[in-house]
Design a protein around this ligand. Structure first.
Ligand SMILES: Cc1cc2nc3c(=O)[nH]c(=O)nc-3n(C[C@H](O)[C@H](O)[C@H](O)COP(=O)(O)OP(=O)(O)OC[C@H]3O[C@@H](n4cnc5c(N)ncnc54)[C@H](O)[C@@H]3O)c2cc1C
Length: 414
């Protein structure tokens, strides 16, 4: 039986970021990944590193809309009706967390975590030999209806209170400064501090640095059972034999609920499916990331391709592709950008966002389980908050004073 200092289960962007931060503090770290590193939800997400969009999923506006959208097969947010007690309990928690005050407290903490993380991503981009398309080119939110542009004022004020700058652009300014927008629009908000990258290369860059710090990555090994070993250590039963962990970090993303059962810990993390499509460069190609507000489509211009992403389906772990919803994303982008006729989709990808009921990640020590730590439940923000998550978790595990308040992310709150 191999002896490890820290074993991290899950090699997504969050697990890899934790591994690197722990190794930097001298821990001997092994990451166990049942598939390939970075091939879960971290593989094809929109690639946004945007504090302006780092708010909890559970929010008062979305709540009202979600009921209206429940029976619309083409809606951007879909809550699957089902009578599963754990699912209903999750939904009840989601409803309670959608209160304005709770949402705003969560948003403030997430935005701070995101701002720290983007700075860390930027530092990595500056020194890494693995390019990952990092650019702080800003994000442009484009509005097609005057009413939505005015209604956005509240969320702009909220993010501004957290230090996120926003400039309002008139319709003419949008046309002049971002010629890629060819559809009718009434104006936008530009967030100059937001950044973007290519999601999978970003995981690779982080993993390369972690490896250089001494982290061992083991792919193709699944953990399927856990028991208590001698002197508080955990014995992990894996598809490649038993491994003993002095300290265990759970970074299993959307599969965390199942993983929690092995530990006897309730981890209410639900999968929320979304899609991203890769297309050739648009003509004109966007200069920066774009959010098509009413269509709920995220656009990220890579050097050699265009990525568009959208929809959020609370479906637990249903991994099927719903072509109708994929078509809605493509149609949505096509209405505002010149994608060619017909657009050529080079790759359709779907992923499950790991969502907690209150939309806040779980970062810290698990309830009553000794040296078991959690870094999961990052919903729509896992990439943009990964490096800060790694920092916070490593600081907590090392007994250091955290750089920011860990309270909103407490891992024992469920
Ligand atoms: C369409 C879409 C767009 C998105 N856009 C953005 C964006 O622009 N910016 C952003 O910040 N976030 C975005 N997200 C969210 C982001 O992708 C996730 O929050 C993030 O990838 C979660 O990372 P993770 O490491 O927690 O999970 P994952 O990347 O899913 O990693 C978990 C890993 O654990 C492994 N695992 C699970 N169980 C076991 C086991 N028993 N044994 C061994 N290994 C196991 C899995 O194989 C997997 O590789 C988007 C998501 C989607 C779906």
């Amino acid at each position: 039986m191999a002896m490890k200092d820290v074993v991290i289960v899950g090699g997504g962007v969050v697990g890899v970021a934790c591994a690197r931060a722990l190794a930097q503090r001298g821990a001997k770290v092994t990451v166990l990944e049942r598939d390939l590193i970075g091939h879960g939800c971290s593989f094809g997400n929109a690639g946004w590193l945007t504090p302006s969009q780092a708010t909890p999923l559970a929010n008062p506006t979305m709540l009202l809309k979600s009921f209206r959208w429940m029976f619309d097969p083409e809606s951007p947010l879909y809550i699957q009706p089902r009578l599963d007690p754990a699912y209903l309990r999750w939904l009840a928690g989601f409803l309670l967390s959608s209160r304005k005050a709770k949402f705003e407290r969560g948003a403030e903490a997430l935005i701070e975590l995101c701002r720290v993380s983007v700075d860390l991503w930027e530092e990595l981009a500056g020194r890494s030999s693995v390019p990952f398309g990092y650019a702080r080119a800003g994000l442009l939110a484009v509005f097609e209806k005057q009413a939505s542009l005015e209604a956005a004022r509240g969320s702009i004020d909220l993010v501004a209170r957290c230090g996120v700058r926003a400039d309002r652009w008139t319709s003419d300014e949008v046309r002049d400064r971002e010629p890629a927008i060819v559809g009718a629009q009434v104006g936008g908000y530009f967030f100059p501090d937001d950044a973007q990258c290519e999601p999978y290369p970003a995981v690779r860059a982080l993993a390369a640095e972690a490896e250089a710090e001494g982290v061992t990555f083991v792919e193709g090994v699944e953990v399927f059972g856990i028991s208590d070993g001698a002197s508080g250590a955990k014995v992990l039963r894996t598809t490649r034999g038993e491994i003993q962990a002095d300290r265990l970090v759970v970074a299993t993303g959307p599969w965390s609920e199942e993983f929690g059962k092995m530990l006897g810990v309730r981890l209410p993390v639900l999968g929320a499916k979304g899609y991203s499509l890769l297309l050739p460069r648009a003509d004109p190609h966007p200069k920066r990331s774009i959010y098509l507000i009413e269509r709920k489509v995220a656009v990220n211009p890579h050097d050699d391709a265009l990525r568009i992403a959208g929809t959020l389906e609370l479906v637990r772990n249903d991994f099927s592709i719903n072509q109708r919803r994929v078509d809605v994303i493509l149609r949505g982008a096509k209405g505002m950008l010149n994608l060619g006729d017909p657009p050529v989709v080079q790759h359709t990808w779907r992923g499950l966002r790991p969502c907690t009921p209150d939309g806040m990640p779980l970062i810290g020590r698990a309830r009553g389980r000794g040296d078991v730590w959690l870094a999961t439940g990052h919903q729509m923000t896992g990439l943009k908050t990964a490096t800060g998550t790694g920092l916070l978790l490593a600081q907590l595990m090392a007994g250091e004073t955290p750089s920011f308040d860990p309270e909103p992310f407490r891992a024992d709150r469920y």
